[in-house]
Each structure stands twice: as C-alpha cells, then as structure tokens.
Design a protein around this ligand. Sequence first.
Ligand code: FAD
Length: 288
Amino acid sequence: MKIKEIIANRKTTVSFEVFPPKQWDKIEKTKAVVDEMAKSKPAFMSVTYGAAGTTSGFTSEIAREIMEQGITPLAHLTCLTSTREKIRSVVNGMAADGVENILALRGDIPEGFEFPDDQYYEHAYQLIEEIHSLGDFCVGGACYPEVHPESPNRVEDIAHLKEKVDCGLDFLTSQMFFDNNVFYNFRELCAVKGIDVPIVAGIMPIVTASTLNRTVKLSGCSLPVKFEKIVERFGDDNDAMKQAGIIYASEQIIDLMANGVNNFHIYSMNKPDVAARIVDCISEIIDG
Ligand code: FAD
C-alpha cells in the first residue's frame, strides 16, 4: 500500500525505522528485529540506506522482510555517490520486489567528495524526478525543522524544500527535534510557503547518553534545557535514562497530537522494546 494512502485513511500514524547491518552475516539478526517490531503494528516501517549506497542489497532484503510481516515498507535511497545507472537498477529492483514507497534522499557528502559529472545526482530533487520516471511510486523526502546543516540560512533551505516538494513528493519526514516549538514554527513556515504535503514528525527516543553524543550532536539538533537536565541527572544510570527517554518521546508525541500533528515516525534504532514501550505509553491516545 502507498504511504500517502495510509496517511490519508488513518486519523493518526506511528511508524518505525530499522537500519540494515553493515555485514551480510548479521542480516538474520536484523530480520529478527523487524519481526519483533512488527508485533507493535506500526503503520509502516522504514529501512535506511547505508552511507554511499554500499549496502543497497541489504536495504532491499530488510524491506522484503518487513513485507513478509504484513507491514508496508518504506525503502530509503540516497543518490549522491551513485551513478544514474546504479540508481535505476536499484529502483527497478525495488519495483520488482513490490516496494511502492521510497524515501528519496541525497545522502551526506563524504569528506573530500567532489561532484563527478552529470551521470550523478547533486540534489534529492533530481532523484525524485528519476524515481517517478521509473514507475508508480509514492515518494517521500527529508525536511529539517532546524535547517539543514549545509544551508546558509532558513530562507534558502525552505525555498529548496518547496522546489523539492514540487518535483513530486507525497510526504515529508522530519529530522529529529526535541523542542516541539521548533516543529510548530517550521510547520507554519511550510504552510506560508505553500508546502502542503503531510509532514511526518521524526521522534528520536534518547535512551542512552552515548546516543545523544553520537547521533544528536552530529545532526546539529538543539536540546532544550529541560532535556539537558534529564541527561545530566540520569545519563549515568542506564535503566533510568532509558525510561526517561521513552517518557520524554511519548510526551513529545502527546503534545504534538494536542496541537494537530497526526503522523509520527519513531527513530527506533533497531530497539523493538523501546518502540513497543512508546506505543504502550500512548495506546489510548493514538487511536488511528
Ligand atoms: P537535499 O534535499 O538535496 O538537500 C541537501 C542540501 O542542499 C540542503 O542544504 C538544501 O537546502 C540544499 N539544496 C537542495 N536543493 C538545492 C538546489 N537546487 N541548489 C542548491 N542547494 C540545494 N542518509 C543516509 O545516508 N541514509 C539514510 O537512510 C538516510 N535517511 C534519512 C531520513 C531522514 C528522515 C532524514 C531527515 C535524513 C536522512 N539521511 C539519510 C540523511 C540525509 O541523507 C542528509 O541529511 C543529507 O545531507 C541531505 O539529504 P536531503 O535528501 O535532505 O538532500
């Protein structure tokens, strides 16, 4: 099923994310993660694409496993370091597997990378056009409530986002954020600029202090004082930090729902128990 239809037909959606392993011998372990997560009945499950596209086969294998669990998969695809020929072959392979939903991304720029020639893609909008030329896909894209780290300013970032949406995006998924006001301001700006596709709010449960250092700081997201205090107090106690992170993420979702947001993507980081506990915390609230 297409994700734009799932979003249109349900009052609310909660989706999860899985990342594929770096080595093939770990694939069964990741499939077990998918099977466990599927028990929480997410509206769909996304599977990330390894940096530089080196493990595209792994993404497809995990997408097939998601389908086998009766859940709609969303396959991520990055384009920056792949030729057009390679991308066409990956997209055609996805179509052959029955994958209908692709999150079209540029990918991060590797250190020292120089854009080779026009056989490559410079920005995600070119990938979006390519995917649509290859079949009847539902295509999503990324957006950044706190501005993409490479962007000189918000004005340029939002202008490029509008161009990207106009190339044929069916929905956006946001980068993680920890202060809901950041999302509300971004949503308002999108409305002013005529960006009218659904924006799925990206929620990252911080369950260890090391996740905070590794993932959040790299993404350039800001942390509200309230959250910094939580990490300061509980960061050294694994169980306490996990519980606090799950509750913080759940509270974020409750506040977002109260303010009219209906679609949530949990960056579940291959942790089925965390995903399940968040769903449990909001089970009476999310009635999608
Ligand atoms: P773009 O939309 O191309 O934007 C990148 C930058 O270029 C922005 O600053 C934008 O303002 C600017 N820009 C856009 N168009 C133009 C233009 N025409 N002219 C000049 N500037 C322009 N990475 C992975 O490797 N694998 C994943 O699976 C993955 N999943 C992700 C999922 C989500 C929800 C998010 C938010 C990010 C994900 N990423 C992933 C990271 C992503 O690849 C990086 O953030 C990347 O740096 C930007 O990708 P993009 O698709 O947003 O690029």
